[in-house]
Design a protein around this ligand. Structure first.
Ligand SMILES: Nc1ncnc2c1ncn2[C@@H]1O[C@H](COP(=O)(O)OP(=O)(O)OP(=O)(O)O)[C@@H](O)[C@H]1O
Length: 247
C-alpha cells in the first residue's frame, strides 16, 4: 500500500507587507508518496523554494497544513520543529553547505552529534560508501570536487535515516557529469532504499530522473506530469503549461 510521507494542503506563503507584499504560494495542495521521486519545476519566482522550505519546516506558511511522517508541522513549537527537522527530514542545498573546517566524515556525522547521539564509525563509513566516497572520509570540502561535496551533503542528509529528503537545485552548481552522478544517486536511493525524495530543479534533464514532475506558476500548481519521461518531453510539457512571458 502506498502511503504519503508528506502532504501539503491549501498552502499559502506570503513575504513582506503593504506594497512589498508577495504571495509566494497561493493555495498549493499535493502530496509526496513514500518511496517516490518528485521534481518541482516552474519559472523563477514561481514559489519552488518556498514550497520546499515550507514542506521541510524551514518556513512557516500563513495558511494551510504540512504533514510529514504523520506529524502536522503547524502543531509543533519551535523546539519540536527543530527536532523533527533534524531527525526526520534531510535537506540538500545547491551550495552544498558543508562545514569547511570539518572532514567529510565529520560533516556526515554532524546531524547525529547535534541530536546528542554518538555516531557509530561504521554508520558514517557506510554513509560515505553509499555515495561512493569511502576513500575520502578524511578530506575537507576544499579537497573535494563539487560533485563529491554534494555527495557528502547527501550522505549527511541521510545519516539520520530521514522520512524524506528535500533537495533545492542539488545539481545547480555542478557540471553535467557530476550532475548525472548526483541524480543517479538520488534515483538509487528511491529505487533501492524506498527513500522519498523531492527536488527543485530548473533542468528538464534532471527532472527526467523523477517519477513525477510538479509545475508551479505564480505560486499555484499549474500542471502535474507522471513518468516515464525524457528531458525533451518534460521541456515540451513545460512550454505548453507555462508559456514564456513575451518581452
Ligand atoms: N525572503 C523573502 N522576502 C521577500 N520575498 C521573497 C522572499 N523569498 C522569496 N520571495 C519572493 O517569493 C516569490 C517566490 O520565491 P521562490 O524563491 O520560492 O521562487 P522560486 O520558484 O524558487 O525561484 P527561483 O527559481 O528564482 O529560485 C518570489 O516572488 C520571490 O521574490
Amino acid at each position: 500500500m502506498t502511503t504519503d510521507t508528506v502532504t501539503l494542503t491549501g498552502l499559502r506563503a506570503v513575504y513582506g507587507s503593504g506594497s512589498r507584499r508577495v504571495t509566494a504560494l497561493d493555495g498549493v495542495t499535493t502530496s509526496f508518496a513514500s518511496g517516490t521521486f518528485t521534481a518541482v519545476m516552474g519559472p523563477s519566482g514561481s514559489g519552488k523554494s518556498t514550497l520546499l522550505h515550507c514542506a521541510a519546516g524551514l518556513d512557516r506558511p500563513v495558511a494551510g497544513t504540512v504533514t510529514v511522517d504523520g506529524i502536522r508541522l503547524g502543531d509543533l513549537g519551535e523546539d519540536e520543529l527543530t527536532r523533527l527537522r533534524r531527525d526526520r527530514i534531510g535537506f540538500v542545498f545547491q551550495a552544498f553547505n558543508l562545514i569547511s573546517s570539518l572532514t567529510a566524515a565529520q560533516n556526515v556525522e554532524l546531524p547525529l552529534r547535534l541530536a546528542g547521539r554518538r555516531p557509530a564509525d561504521r554508520d558514517v563509513t557506510a554513509g560515505l560508501a553509499a555515495v561512493g566516497l569511502a576513500d575520502r572520509a578524511g578530506h575537507r570540502p576544499s579537497e573535494l570536487s563539487g560533485g563529491e561535496q554534494q555527495r557528502v551533503a547527501i550522505a549527511r542528509a541521510l545519516v539520520t535515516r530521514p522520512a524524506v529528503v528535500f533537495a533545492d537545485e542539488p545539481t545547480g552548481a555542478l557540471d553535467s557529469a557530476a550532475s548525472r552522478q548526483v541524480l543517479r544517486l538520488l534515483r538509487a536511493l528511491v529505487d533501492e532504499h524506498g527513500q522519498t525524495v523531492v527536488m527543485v530543479t530548473h533542468d528538464p534533464a534532471a527532472a527526467a530522473y523523477a517519477d513525477r514532475v510538479l509545475l508551479l506558476s505564480d505560486g499555484r500548481l499549474a500542471d502535474e506530469l507522471t513518468g516515464p519521461f525524457t528531458a525533451a518531453s518534460v521541456a515540451a510539457r513545460i512550454a505548453d503549461a507555462i508559456p514564456e512571458p513575451s518581452c
